[in-house]
Structures are given as C-alpha cells and as structure tokens.
Design a protein around this ligand. Sequence first.
Ligand SMILES: Nc1nc2c(ncn2[C@@H]2O[C@H](COP(=O)(O)OP(=O)(O)OP(=O)(O)O)[C@@H](O)[C@H]2O)c(=O)[nH]1
Ligand SMILES: [Mg+2]
Length: 315
Amino acid sequence: MSDTPETDKPSWWRRLSSGLKRTSSSIGTALTEFISKRKLDRAMLEEIEDVLLRADLGTEVASRIAEAVGEGRYDKMIAASDVKEIVAAEVEKVLAPVAQPLVIDAAQKPFVILVVGVNGSGKTTTIGKLSQRFAGEGRKVMMAAGDTFRAAAIEQLKVWGDRTGTPVIAGAQGSDSAGLAFNALTAAKEQGRDVLLIDTAGRLQNRKELMNELEKVVRVIKKVDTSAPHAVLLVLDATVGQNALSQVEAFTATAGVTGLVMTKLDGTARGGILVAIAEKHKIPVHFIGVGEGVDDLAPFTARDFAKAIAGTEAA
Ligand SMILES: Nc1nc2c(ncn2[C@@H]2O[C@H](COP(=O)(O)OP(=O)(O)OP(=O)(O)O)[C@@H](O)[C@H]2O)c(=O)[nH]1
Ligand SMILES: [Mg+2]
C-alpha cells in the first residue's frame, strides 16, 4: 500500500484506475471465484491465463504471469490478492521499458510532431493538450490543420488554438493535406517556432488509398527538413481493445510511428492491449488521455498503469 492518503492522489490516477475498473474487476472477480475453492493446480493456472487473455494482455504475458503464479505454490491455497500483486509486477516489467517521456530536441527548430490514428481516436484533442503543455514549458508552438477533409476539423483545431494561445496554419477544406503540411513547416521555420504539431485526418488502417496519402504527407515534410517528422505519435483509443495491435502495425509501416498516446482511459477502457503492444512492438508510450479537458493528459507511468490494470490499489 502507498503512504499517500486516497484524497491526495492526483485526479488523473483516480480517473485511470476507475477507467480500467472493468478490466481490474473482471480479473479480480474471476480470480476470487476459483481461487477460494481449491488448491493451486495446472488447471487453475490455465484458468488464470484465460482471465488475463480476456483482459487483452496477450498470450506471452498471460502465460508468463501464470508461470510466475505457479512457482512454489502448487498444491497450496493461494489468495487472489497475491495473484493480483504478481499480475501488477509482471505487467510493470513489460511496461517499464516503454514508459518514456516525449523528449523535444531543441536543436530541431521546429521539432515536428505528426499525429496519426484512426477516426475519432483523440488526435485533435491530444494536439490541443500537447500544445498547452509545450506552451507551458515556454516553447513557441504552432499547429497545422492537416485534416483538410472536414471544415469542422479545421474549426476544431482553431478552437484549441484560441484556448491555448497557439497559431494554427489551415488551408481550405478539401485542399491537399501534404501541401498544407509543407506550408506549415515552412512557416514554422520562418517564424522560429520550437514545436510544430501536425494534425491529420482519421483513417482506418486498412484503407490503402488513405494510408498512401499519409505516406505522402511524411514524404513532403521531408522535402522541407530531411530529419522531420521528429516524432510520429499514434493515438490509440483505449476503448477499442484488440484492433489497436493492427493499428500499431499498419501506422508504423506507413508513417514510422515513434511513440504512442492512449486516450479515453477515463471512460470504460480496455487498456490491457497496451501490455500486448509493449511486449510485441516495444514502442515508447508517452502519454495517457484521461478526459476531454486541456489538462487531461498525463505522462505514462508503468507502475500506475500496472496497478490500475491489476486492481491492486483502489481508485
Ligand atoms: N473521455 C475522454 N474523451 C476524449 C479523450 N480524448 C479525446 N476524447 C474525445 O473523443 C472524441 C474524439 O476526439 P478527437 O480529438 O476529435 O478525435 P480525432 O482523432 O481527432 O477524430 P477525427 O479527426 O474525426 O479522426 C471527442 O469527443 C473528444 O473530446 C480522453 O482522453 N478522454
Ligand atoms: Mg481530428
């Protein structure tokens, strides 16, 4: 247990752990159900593994946890709380190497961040939150409305621009988004901006023509600065589950994803998939989204996320 009184916990932690409550209580309930009735045997370990698979943790991590539970405990009565502690510890081990802050290299002026993902995952909102964070660190930020499909998307980014005091480069609706990215980067360079955040339209990872368009955005950015984009953030919606794995694979192949942000961890999230992604792809996870407000973005920390999944500490 932590020494910190519950009320002193940051609000993002309370939202994260209640968002992941569905996962943690499904693990907890299942464990209590069969663990309380009999001694540990092979069949029970398989049941534990099944519970973890249903929580999207992935086959490797689930079997590793089951193995760790089995060690020295065969033919003994075990407590659900012990198993939960093992789940938390093993999940933390998988997540610790990928929990990495997004480092802005000040030598890159501007440091170009391209934000990609499927429809509605939280890209534009995350850009707004990031711009607030960077501006708060004293950086000169610019945003580019690279989602040129919908007029509403351009307006949405402008609202975030007003809210965070950040200039927004936008073109006409229906204009070429690679061209917009080119113009925005040129303008950001001329104005000596520290960070350029480029929004993109949501696209399903299996839509070839839309993925080609994204590839073109990256190619055109490189015409202005061969080292850019310096970060490509894939925004994942935590409510989605298994599909996130194929999003990671497709967007990495197309746009060279360098880091992940998982949003909507405040709702009824299924964050277990992040463990499977970390195990398989080892892509850094920078931030989590825990609400719709400008400050509802928290750095990703392995221990907190692991505890929230395992339910070892109350919200
Ligand atoms: N609860 C919650 N809602 C979020 C979070 N992040 C984004 N949202 C909401 O999710 C919805 C979609 O967010 P957007 O930022 O518009 O998503 P997008 O990826 O830009 O969407 P498209 O541009 O249509 O692909 C909005 O209603 C946001 O307020 C979060 O961390 N928590
Ligand atoms: Mg958007």
